[in-house]
Write a protein that binds this ligand. Structure first.
Ligand code: UFG
Length: 336
Protein backbone atom coordinates (compact mmCIF):
# COMPACT_ATOMS: atom_id res chain seq x y z
CA UNK A 1 0.00 0.00 0.00
CA UNK A 2 1.42 3.40 -1.00
CA UNK A 3 1.72 6.09 1.67
CA UNK A 4 0.59 9.52 0.53
CA UNK A 5 1.28 12.71 2.45
CA UNK A 6 -1.53 15.23 2.05
CA UNK A 7 -0.66 18.71 3.28
CA UNK A 8 -3.69 20.83 4.08
CA UNK A 9 -5.60 17.58 4.22
CA UNK A 10 -8.32 18.92 6.50
CA UNK A 11 -9.20 21.81 4.18
CA UNK A 12 -11.95 21.96 1.58
CA UNK A 13 -10.29 20.26 -1.39
CA UNK A 14 -7.81 18.39 0.81
CA UNK A 15 -10.43 16.57 2.88
CA UNK A 16 -12.36 15.43 -0.20
CA UNK A 17 -9.11 14.21 -1.73
CA UNK A 18 -8.21 12.24 1.41
CA UNK A 19 -11.53 10.38 1.14
CA UNK A 20 -10.92 9.55 -2.52
CA UNK A 21 -7.35 8.43 -1.81
CA UNK A 22 -8.63 6.06 0.87
CA UNK A 23 -11.27 4.72 -1.50
CA UNK A 24 -8.51 4.05 -4.04
CA UNK A 25 -6.45 2.03 -1.57
CA UNK A 26 -3.84 4.60 -0.59
CA UNK A 27 -2.76 5.06 3.02
CA UNK A 28 -3.01 8.73 3.92
CA UNK A 29 -0.92 10.86 6.25
CA UNK A 30 -2.49 14.28 6.81
CA UNK A 31 -0.58 17.38 7.79
CA UNK A 32 -2.53 20.51 8.65
CA UNK A 33 -1.87 23.53 10.89
CA UNK A 34 -5.63 24.03 11.52
CA UNK A 35 -5.30 27.69 10.49
CA UNK A 36 -8.32 27.34 8.20
CA UNK A 37 -9.82 24.02 9.29
CA UNK A 38 -10.80 22.10 12.40
CA UNK A 39 -9.70 18.78 13.78
CA UNK A 40 -13.32 17.49 13.60
CA UNK A 41 -12.77 16.99 9.89
CA UNK A 42 -10.65 13.93 10.76
CA UNK A 43 -13.63 12.24 12.39
CA UNK A 44 -15.89 13.27 9.53
CA UNK A 45 -13.48 11.67 7.07
CA UNK A 46 -13.63 8.52 9.19
CA UNK A 47 -17.45 8.60 9.09
CA UNK A 48 -17.27 8.42 5.30
CA UNK A 49 -14.44 5.96 4.75
CA UNK A 50 -14.24 4.08 8.04
CA UNK A 51 -10.57 5.00 8.22
CA UNK A 52 -9.05 7.75 10.33
CA UNK A 53 -5.94 9.01 8.57
CA UNK A 54 -2.70 9.55 10.47
CA UNK A 55 -2.61 13.19 11.45
CA UNK A 56 0.17 15.62 12.31
CA UNK A 57 -0.74 19.13 13.37
CA UNK A 58 2.23 20.94 11.95
CA UNK A 59 3.14 24.32 10.52
CA UNK A 60 5.10 23.74 7.32
CA UNK A 61 6.90 27.07 7.77
CA UNK A 62 8.78 25.40 10.59
CA UNK A 63 11.66 23.76 8.72
CA UNK A 64 12.82 21.54 11.56
CA UNK A 65 9.29 20.18 12.01
CA UNK A 66 9.13 19.40 8.28
CA UNK A 67 12.52 17.64 8.49
CA UNK A 68 11.36 15.66 11.50
CA UNK A 69 8.16 14.59 9.71
CA UNK A 70 10.04 13.28 6.68
CA UNK A 71 12.70 11.62 8.86
CA UNK A 72 10.06 9.62 10.72
CA UNK A 73 7.46 8.88 8.05
CA UNK A 74 7.53 6.57 5.06
CA UNK A 75 6.18 8.56 2.08
CA UNK A 76 5.67 7.46 -1.54
CA UNK A 77 4.00 10.60 -2.85
CA UNK A 78 2.82 14.03 -1.80
CA UNK A 79 -0.25 16.07 -2.60
CA UNK A 80 0.44 19.62 -1.50
CA UNK A 81 -2.64 21.71 -0.72
CA UNK A 82 -1.47 23.64 2.33
CA UNK A 83 -1.44 27.33 1.44
CA UNK A 84 -3.14 30.62 2.17
CA UNK A 85 -5.75 31.29 -0.50
CA UNK A 86 -7.56 34.60 0.01
CA UNK A 87 -6.83 36.77 -3.01
CA UNK A 88 -7.77 40.09 -1.34
CA UNK A 89 -5.96 39.34 1.90
CA UNK A 90 -2.80 38.49 -0.02
CA UNK A 91 -2.60 42.07 -1.31
CA UNK A 92 -2.38 43.33 2.27
CA UNK A 93 -0.17 40.56 3.63
CA UNK A 94 2.11 39.63 0.71
CA UNK A 95 5.08 38.57 2.81
CA UNK A 96 2.97 36.18 4.87
CA UNK A 97 1.70 34.66 1.63
CA UNK A 98 5.21 34.27 0.22
CA UNK A 99 6.56 32.87 3.48
CA UNK A 100 3.74 30.35 3.85
CA UNK A 101 3.04 29.33 0.26
CA UNK A 102 6.59 29.44 -1.08
CA UNK A 103 8.58 28.64 2.07
CA UNK A 104 6.67 25.45 2.81
CA UNK A 105 6.86 24.33 -0.82
CA UNK A 106 10.65 24.68 -0.82
CA UNK A 107 11.03 22.80 2.45
CA UNK A 108 8.90 19.92 1.18
CA UNK A 109 10.81 19.70 -2.11
CA UNK A 110 14.10 19.69 -0.20
CA UNK A 111 12.92 16.79 1.93
CA UNK A 112 11.72 14.93 -1.16
CA UNK A 113 15.21 15.18 -2.61
CA UNK A 114 16.83 14.13 0.66
CA UNK A 115 14.56 11.09 1.08
CA UNK A 116 14.39 10.15 -2.60
CA UNK A 117 10.62 10.70 -2.87
CA UNK A 118 9.69 11.23 -6.50
CA UNK A 119 5.97 11.95 -6.86
CA UNK A 120 4.47 15.39 -6.23
CA UNK A 121 1.05 16.89 -7.01
CA UNK A 122 0.63 20.65 -6.68
CA UNK A 123 -2.53 22.72 -6.17
CA UNK A 124 -2.33 25.37 -8.83
CA UNK A 125 -5.01 27.67 -10.17
CA UNK A 126 -6.48 28.98 -13.39
CA UNK A 127 -5.55 32.35 -11.96
CA UNK A 128 -2.16 31.83 -13.66
CA UNK A 129 -3.86 32.65 -16.99
CA UNK A 130 -5.32 36.01 -15.90
CA UNK A 131 -7.83 37.15 -18.53
CA UNK A 132 -7.11 34.59 -21.23
CA UNK A 133 -6.88 35.62 -24.90
CA UNK A 134 -8.78 32.54 -26.00
CA UNK A 135 -11.78 30.76 -24.46
CA UNK A 136 -12.11 28.02 -23.47
CA UNK A 137 -8.64 28.09 -21.92
CA UNK A 138 -6.20 25.41 -23.02
CA UNK A 139 -2.84 24.67 -21.42
CA UNK A 140 -1.23 26.42 -24.44
CA UNK A 141 -2.60 29.73 -23.16
CA UNK A 142 0.24 31.99 -22.00
CA UNK A 143 0.37 32.72 -18.30
CA UNK A 144 0.02 36.39 -17.34
CA UNK A 145 1.67 38.45 -14.62
CA UNK A 146 -0.32 37.69 -11.48
CA UNK A 147 -2.85 40.22 -10.24
CA UNK A 148 -2.25 39.37 -6.58
CA UNK A 149 0.51 37.98 -4.36
CA UNK A 150 -1.68 34.87 -3.94
CA UNK A 151 -1.76 34.35 -7.71
CA UNK A 152 1.96 34.97 -7.84
CA UNK A 153 2.60 32.22 -5.28
CA UNK A 154 0.90 29.77 -7.66
CA UNK A 155 2.96 30.93 -10.65
CA UNK A 156 6.24 31.04 -8.78
CA UNK A 157 5.35 27.76 -7.11
CA UNK A 158 5.00 26.08 -10.50
CA UNK A 159 8.37 27.53 -11.59
CA UNK A 160 10.11 26.29 -8.45
CA UNK A 161 8.70 22.82 -9.04
CA UNK A 162 9.92 22.82 -12.67
CA UNK A 163 13.45 23.74 -11.54
CA UNK A 164 13.39 21.07 -8.84
CA UNK A 165 12.12 18.42 -11.28
CA UNK A 166 14.92 19.23 -13.73
CA UNK A 167 17.69 19.32 -11.16
CA UNK A 168 16.60 16.39 -9.02
CA UNK A 169 14.64 14.07 -11.34
CA UNK A 170 11.38 14.55 -9.46
CA UNK A 171 8.04 13.87 -11.14
CA UNK A 172 5.36 16.48 -10.61
CA UNK A 173 1.92 17.40 -11.85
CA UNK A 174 0.30 20.79 -11.26
CA UNK A 175 -3.48 20.87 -11.39
CA UNK A 176 -4.82 24.26 -12.37
CA UNK A 177 -8.21 24.36 -10.71
CA UNK A 178 -11.11 26.38 -11.96
CA UNK A 179 -13.80 27.13 -9.32
CA UNK A 180 -14.33 24.24 -6.88
CA UNK A 181 -17.78 24.13 -5.24
CA UNK A 182 -20.14 21.71 -3.49
CA UNK A 183 -19.74 19.18 -0.71
CA UNK A 184 -19.42 15.42 -0.29
CA UNK A 185 -22.65 13.47 -0.94
CA UNK A 186 -22.61 12.28 2.69
CA UNK A 187 -22.63 15.95 3.82
CA UNK A 188 -19.96 15.02 6.38
CA UNK A 189 -17.37 17.30 4.77
CA UNK A 190 -17.59 20.55 2.81
CA UNK A 191 -16.32 24.11 2.67
CA UNK A 192 -15.98 25.97 5.98
CA UNK A 193 -15.16 29.60 5.20
CA UNK A 194 -13.86 31.67 8.11
CA UNK A 195 -15.70 34.95 8.59
CA UNK A 196 -17.42 36.63 5.65
CA UNK A 197 -17.15 34.34 2.62
CA UNK A 198 -15.20 35.72 -0.32
CA UNK A 199 -16.37 33.09 -2.78
CA UNK A 200 -19.69 33.03 -4.56
CA UNK A 201 -21.29 29.75 -3.46
CA UNK A 202 -20.73 30.07 0.30
CA UNK A 203 -21.97 33.66 0.07
CA UNK A 204 -25.09 32.44 -1.70
CA UNK A 205 -25.81 29.65 0.79
CA UNK A 206 -25.20 31.94 3.79
CA UNK A 207 -27.57 34.51 2.29
CA UNK A 208 -30.26 31.93 1.59
CA UNK A 209 -30.11 30.66 5.17
CA UNK A 210 -30.32 34.19 6.56
CA UNK A 211 -26.78 34.76 7.82
CA UNK A 212 -26.27 37.53 5.22
CA UNK A 213 -28.86 40.04 4.05
CA UNK A 214 -28.17 39.83 0.35
CA UNK A 215 -25.65 38.70 -2.20
CA UNK A 216 -23.72 41.48 -3.94
CA UNK A 217 -23.17 40.58 -7.57
CA UNK A 218 -19.94 42.22 -8.63
CA UNK A 219 -20.75 43.90 -11.94
CA UNK A 220 -23.31 43.35 -14.70
CA UNK A 221 -21.49 45.28 -17.41
CA UNK A 222 -19.05 42.59 -18.49
CA UNK A 223 -18.95 41.51 -22.11
CA UNK A 224 -20.76 38.21 -21.39
CA UNK A 225 -24.18 36.72 -22.13
CA UNK A 226 -25.96 38.58 -19.33
CA UNK A 227 -23.26 41.05 -18.26
CA UNK A 228 -22.15 39.11 -15.16
CA UNK A 229 -18.77 37.38 -14.98
CA UNK A 230 -18.37 33.82 -16.22
CA UNK A 231 -16.55 30.97 -14.44
CA UNK A 232 -16.18 27.21 -14.65
CA UNK A 233 -17.65 25.69 -11.47
CA UNK A 234 -16.42 22.18 -10.74
CA UNK A 235 -17.77 19.82 -8.08
CA UNK A 236 -15.14 19.36 -5.37
CA UNK A 237 -15.56 15.56 -5.47
CA UNK A 238 -14.73 15.54 -9.18
CA UNK A 239 -11.76 17.78 -8.49
CA UNK A 240 -10.62 15.46 -5.70
CA UNK A 241 -10.76 12.52 -8.11
CA UNK A 242 -8.54 14.39 -10.56
CA UNK A 243 -5.82 14.28 -7.88
CA UNK A 244 -6.09 10.51 -7.65
CA UNK A 245 -5.82 10.27 -11.43
CA UNK A 246 -2.74 12.50 -11.42
CA UNK A 247 -1.09 10.65 -8.57
CA UNK A 248 -1.81 7.27 -10.12
CA UNK A 249 -0.22 8.47 -13.38
CA UNK A 250 2.98 9.25 -11.49
CA UNK A 251 2.93 6.13 -9.30
CA UNK A 252 2.46 3.95 -12.41
CA UNK A 253 5.17 5.93 -14.23
CA UNK A 254 2.79 6.80 -17.06
CA UNK A 255 3.86 10.44 -17.22
CA UNK A 256 5.64 11.45 -20.41
CA UNK A 257 7.32 14.57 -18.96
CA UNK A 258 8.84 15.01 -15.51
CA UNK A 259 6.62 18.07 -15.10
CA UNK A 260 3.07 18.15 -16.42
CA UNK A 261 0.20 20.55 -15.83
CA UNK A 262 -3.50 20.24 -16.47
CA UNK A 263 -6.56 22.43 -16.35
CA UNK A 264 -9.21 20.91 -14.13
CA UNK A 265 -12.63 22.25 -14.97
CA UNK A 266 -15.90 21.10 -16.47
CA UNK A 267 -15.46 22.96 -19.75
CA UNK A 268 -18.67 24.94 -19.21
CA UNK A 269 -18.70 28.65 -18.44
CA UNK A 270 -21.60 29.97 -16.35
CA UNK A 271 -22.45 33.52 -15.34
CA UNK A 272 -23.10 34.65 -11.80
CA UNK A 273 -26.78 35.15 -12.66
CA UNK A 274 -27.01 31.64 -14.09
CA UNK A 275 -25.60 30.30 -10.83
CA UNK A 276 -28.13 32.30 -8.83
CA UNK A 277 -31.01 31.03 -11.00
CA UNK A 278 -29.82 27.43 -10.74
CA UNK A 279 -29.46 27.73 -6.98
CA UNK A 280 -32.99 29.09 -6.65
CA UNK A 281 -34.39 26.31 -8.83
CA UNK A 282 -32.51 23.44 -7.20
CA UNK A 283 -33.09 24.50 -3.60
CA UNK A 284 -36.47 26.22 -4.03
CA UNK A 285 -35.08 29.20 -2.16
CA UNK A 286 -35.50 32.83 -3.13
CA UNK A 287 -32.21 34.67 -3.03
CA UNK A 288 -31.90 38.38 -2.28
CA UNK A 289 -29.28 39.98 -4.45
CA UNK A 290 -28.22 43.35 -5.70
CA UNK A 291 -25.87 44.42 -8.46
CA UNK A 292 -22.86 46.41 -7.29
CA UNK A 293 -19.56 47.62 -8.81
CA UNK A 294 -17.12 45.15 -10.31
CA UNK A 295 -14.67 43.59 -7.85
CA UNK A 296 -11.07 44.67 -8.42
CA UNK A 297 -8.96 41.95 -9.98
CA UNK A 298 -11.86 39.88 -11.36
CA UNK A 299 -11.55 38.66 -14.94
CA UNK A 300 -14.50 38.73 -17.34
CA UNK A 301 -14.58 35.05 -18.16
CA UNK A 302 -12.56 31.92 -17.39
CA UNK A 303 -13.54 28.37 -18.32
CA UNK A 304 -11.47 25.34 -19.18
CA UNK A 305 -10.78 23.38 -22.26
CA UNK A 306 -10.37 20.07 -20.41
CA UNK A 307 -9.36 17.95 -23.40
CA UNK A 308 -5.85 17.34 -22.09
CA UNK A 309 -6.85 16.24 -18.61
CA UNK A 310 -9.63 13.98 -19.87
CA UNK A 311 -7.35 12.25 -22.37
CA UNK A 312 -4.09 12.00 -20.41
CA UNK A 313 -5.43 11.44 -16.91
CA UNK A 314 -8.46 9.44 -18.05
CA UNK A 315 -10.55 11.58 -15.77
CA UNK A 316 -13.74 13.40 -16.43
CA UNK A 317 -16.24 15.36 -14.39
CA UNK A 318 -19.19 13.18 -13.39
CA UNK A 319 -21.28 15.47 -11.25
CA UNK A 320 -23.60 18.22 -12.38
CA UNK A 321 -23.91 21.82 -11.30
CA UNK A 322 -27.22 20.89 -9.66
CA UNK A 323 -25.47 18.18 -7.63
CA UNK A 324 -22.92 20.73 -6.47
CA UNK A 325 -25.47 23.40 -5.53
CA UNK A 326 -27.74 20.90 -3.77
CA UNK A 327 -24.86 19.51 -1.70
CA UNK A 328 -23.57 23.01 -0.87
CA UNK A 329 -27.05 23.88 0.40
CA UNK A 330 -27.37 20.69 2.45
CA UNK A 331 -23.95 21.41 3.93
CA UNK A 332 -24.98 24.97 4.82
CA UNK A 333 -28.15 23.73 6.52
CA UNK A 334 -26.19 21.15 8.48
CA UNK A 335 -23.70 23.76 9.71
CA UNK A 336 -26.09 26.54 10.71
N1 UFG B 1 -18.96 36.96 -6.93
C1 UFG B 1 -20.01 37.83 -6.69
N2 UFG B 1 -20.35 38.07 -5.39
C2 UFG B 1 -19.72 37.50 -4.34
C3 UFG B 1 -18.65 36.61 -4.60
C4 UFG B 1 -18.29 36.36 -5.92
O1 UFG B 1 -20.61 38.38 -7.61
O2 UFG B 1 -20.06 37.77 -3.19
C5 UFG B 1 -18.60 36.69 -8.32
C6 UFG B 1 -17.18 37.10 -8.64
O3 UFG B 1 -17.13 38.45 -9.03
C7 UFG B 1 -16.84 36.13 -9.75
C8 UFG B 1 -17.63 34.88 -9.41
O4 UFG B 1 -18.65 35.29 -8.52
O5 UFG B 1 -17.30 36.63 -10.97
C9 UFG B 1 -16.79 33.82 -8.73
O6 UFG B 1 -16.12 34.43 -7.65
P1 UFG B 1 -15.32 33.57 -6.57
O7 UFG B 1 -14.75 34.56 -5.57
O8 UFG B 1 -16.17 32.48 -6.04
O9 UFG B 1 -14.18 32.90 -7.42
P2 UFG B 1 -13.02 33.58 -8.28
O10 UFG B 1 -13.25 33.14 -9.68
O11 UFG B 1 -12.87 35.01 -8.04
O12 UFG B 1 -11.73 32.97 -7.58
C10 UFG B 1 -11.48 31.61 -7.55
C11 UFG B 1 -10.71 31.22 -6.28
C12 UFG B 1 -9.31 31.77 -6.31
C13 UFG B 1 -8.65 31.48 -7.60
C14 UFG B 1 -9.49 31.97 -8.73
C15 UFG B 1 -8.91 31.67 -10.07
O13 UFG B 1 -11.37 31.71 -5.13
O14 UFG B 1 -8.58 31.19 -5.24
O15 UFG B 1 -10.76 31.34 -8.68
O16 UFG B 1 -9.63 32.37 -11.05
F1 UFG B 1 -7.45 32.09 -7.67
Amino acid sequence: MKNILVTGGLGFIGSHTVVELQASGYRVIVVDDLSNSTVDVLENIEKISGIKPDFHQLDLRNKSDVQQLFATTSIDGIIHFAAFKAVGESVHKPLEYYENNIGSLVYILQEMVKHNIKNFIFSSSCTVYGQAETLPITELEKTKPALSPYGNTKQVGEEIIIDACNAHQLNAISLRYFNPIGAHDSIHIGELPLGVPQNLIPYITQTAIGLRDELSIFGNDYDTKDGTAVRDYIHVVDLAKAHIAALTRLVNKENTENYEYYNVGTGTGLSVLEIVESFERVTEQKLNYTIVERRKGDVTAAFADNTLVTSKLKWQPEKSLDDALRSAWEWQKKNT
